[in-house]
Design a protein around this ligand. Structure first.
Ligand code: ZN
Length: 644
């Protein structure tokens, strides 16, 4: 998954799960589930479920720990209208007192099929024109049973005329025509584990494009958008996505899916998303997310990241993050591999595919390294601790984020695996690289259908040693488990560059800012000077712990009203920082805090500071070797495109 701040409401209480031996439920016949999305524009899903049962006590459950979310985010609170019937009679139910996801019933004598109806109130990933549907919103199945052992026959109904995109296998041969009014699309029998891993997008404006047709198995991108023009992706971006398929095939030299579908929503309403699955990925960006260079750069690593997860996260998964049900808590200690290595490989593949240039890759890397180096929370907690605590760090309050640390295992992992990659290149004279490790660790030298092969820290070390012998256990331990006051800059330096600060934002930041507010652009970034991140209206998002603004007593949530006698604007603030350079007069602010107003004085005189990478002449240029395409695709054309 991509880094997202999720609603604090999703941070459900950590529940202890009591495993009680219950009568085994006969599962010879599949559960039948019909997901009805025809009310999607009204933010409601409905479902009818028929379950094979035997008389006696029965416990059914909805999923709690959703793979890829790294937290207990199952939508139990949004499930409503639950009614159980059998032989025409309504059956009473009672929620479990401890595990609030569970329903207890008693099945009467003579009953072999139980019918359940439930609705789900949908809070994201829907608009008037499209929906991205994950099956956990409507799933109900026997508790305390491995989900891979529960067969299920899925069907779906969508609004009339809406197209369907999914990696699921149709019940009969053929693809997914636009369904007629009231039509139900049936899929082949699968199991609950695989069904949860098989999202569906649907929308009025739907396009499906084949990617890199020369590569087997087949790859597609399915697009739904709020605007028909956006759904018809421009040729250059489709060429880049085809290159992504070629580059991933060359890098991993394997696949672990029968078919792969990138599912993409383009909507300002349906929200951002990046969720990995074995044979597909659920990707959500803004309506104009890939409409031009500036927007594309901001989203460049999304599809490469989620695609990489098919290998790193889905096929190979830390043993602690794989549970046979969706009720046992997942353990995130190795998320610096699951997400951190994916973050690194996603950025590398983005550059190799032409979604970003080598220079843009370096600019974004400079931002990452500087941001981590200026995260004072690293003085008290290790990177491993951010992974162990992932489920409570996801979402929540952004205030003092830099002192608490967030899900730093993503970006720390990017620097770590760059360090490992350049170290392997250095030790082998650039004959070997992390690419060789990925073929061993993620490929296992075989092509398979979707499956999960868990791993431990020791296997990671063994596979690194198979590429080049080194004390990899200590290497990883020092960087991830220890407190490190500074970010790991070794990869950048071994790669032939150094991190510097200049008085102008780097080219990639300037381009992304042109796309307006968003994940990487927008707002006012004075983090490396006075230590503030602000909105365009002066609202303070965060204050750098022990930085100049912190020493001046500013706090997140306050709002800057005026600077040096002038009403706040981003330009006025930046001009004030420049004017104070080399002088002795403080920068004077008027700040609103709740219903009060204060004056504050920031004693700072070093001018504006923005991160960039500077080439070290004479050093091997491994950084640019790393971002050079492996396959013989249209790299020159991609370079020309960027030069326009
Ligand atoms: Zn991820």
């Amino acid at each position: 998954m991509r880094r997202f701040r999720r609603s604090a409401a999703l941070l459900l209480a950590f529940l202890s799960v009591a495993f009680v031996a219950l009568p085994a439920v006969a599962q010879k016949e599949p559960i039948e589930i019909v997901a009805n999305l025809t009310d999607a524009p009204r933010k409601l899903y409905h479902t009818e479920i028929d379950l094979p049962v035997t008389p006696g006590p029965l416990t059914l459950t909805t999923p709690q720990w959703i793979p890829g979310h790294h937290m207990p985010s199952g939508p139990a609170n949004d499930i409503t209208g639950v009614v159980f019937t059998a032989n025409g009679q309504t059956l009473p139910w009672r929620r479990d007192d401890v595990d609030l996801y569970e329903f207890h019933l008693t099945i009467p004598q003579g009953v072999t099929r139980l019918h359940a109806h439930l609705d789900c109130i949908v809070t994201s990933r829907v608009s008037q024109k499209l929906a991205a549907f994950e099956w956990e919103d409507l799933l109900l199945y026997p508790a305390h049973t491995p989900v891979r052992d529960i067969p299920i026959q899925p069907s779906i109904k969508v609004p009339a005329g809406w197209g369907i995109g999914t990696a699921m296998t149709p019940a009969s041969s053929g693809s997914y025509p636009v369904p007629a009014v009231g039509a139900t699309t049936r899929f082949a029998v699968t199991n609950v584990e695989q069904l949860e891993d098989s999202p569906v997008i649907t929308g009025q404006y739907f396009h499906e494009f084949a990617l890199a047709p020369e590569i087997a198995p087949k790859h597609y991108i399915d697009v739904v958008a709020d605007d028909p023009e956006d759904a018809n992706l421009r040729p250059q971006i489709l060429a880049d996505f085809s290159n992504l398929v070629r580059e991933a095939s060359a890098l991993y030299d394997s696949h672990h899916y029968h078919v792969y579908h990138f599912l993409l929503t383009l909507s300002d309403v349906a929200g951002g998303q990046g969720l990995e699955h074995g044979q597909s990925s659920d990707n959500g960006v803004g309506e104009k997310g890939y409409a031009d260079e500036a927007h594309t750069l901001r989203e460049a690593d999304l599809l490469p990241h989620e695609f990489t997860h098919s290998w790193n996260g889905k096929y190979r998964r830390p043993a602690g993050l794989y549970q046979p049900d969706f009720a046992t808590p997942q353990q995130g200690a190795l998320l610096w591999v699951y997400e951190g290595m994916t973050q690194y490989l996603g950025e590398v593949l983005s550059a190799r595919s032409g979604l970003e240039t080598q220079a843009e890759y370096r600019d974004k890397l400079a931002d990452t390294a500087a941001n981590l180096d200026y995260t004072p929370g690293r003085l008290w907690r290790s990177t491993e601790d951010t992974a162990v605590a992932a489920s409570i760090l996801r979402g929540g309050n952004p205030a003092w984020y830099n002192w608490r640390r967030g899900q730093d295992y993503y970006m720390e992992g990017e620097l770590l695996w760059l360090d490992a990659d350049t170290l392997i290149r250095k030790m082998t004279g650039n004959k070997k690289s992390l690419d060789d490790f990925e073929k061993i660790f993620l490929g296992k030298g075989e092509n398979t259908g979707p499956m999960i092969v868990p791993y431990t820290f020791d296997e990671l070390v063994d596979d690194l040693n198979a590429v080049v012998p080194y004390d990899w256990a200590t290497f990883l331990h020092d960087r991830i488990y220890k407190i490190n006051p500074h970010a790991d800059m070794a990869g950048i330096e071994q790669g032939g560059y150094k991190l510097v600060y200049t008085d102008k934002p780097n080219a990639a930041d300037r381009l992304m800012a042109a796309a307006g507010p968003g994940r990487r652009g927008g707002g006012v970034n004075c983090w490396y000077s006075i230590g503030l991140r602000l909105g365009m209206d002066g609202s303070i998002f965060d204050v750098r712990w022990n930085g100049p603004a912190d020493k001046a007593q500013l706090a997140p949530g306050e709002k800057v009203l005026a600077i040096d006698g002038r009403i706040f604007s981003p330009d006025v603030l930046r001009e004030a920082i420049r004017s104070a350079k080399g002088g002795s007069e403080p920068i004077r602010l008027i700040v609103q805090a709740d219903t009060f107003v204060y004056t504050r004085e920031i004693d700072y005189h070093d001018g504006e500071r923005f991160p960039a990478l500077e080439r070290v002449n004479g050093a091997p240029d491994y950084l640019d070797d790393i971002t050079t395409p492996l396959s013989k695709h249209e790299a020159p054309a991609a370079a020309e495109k960027k030069a326009e």
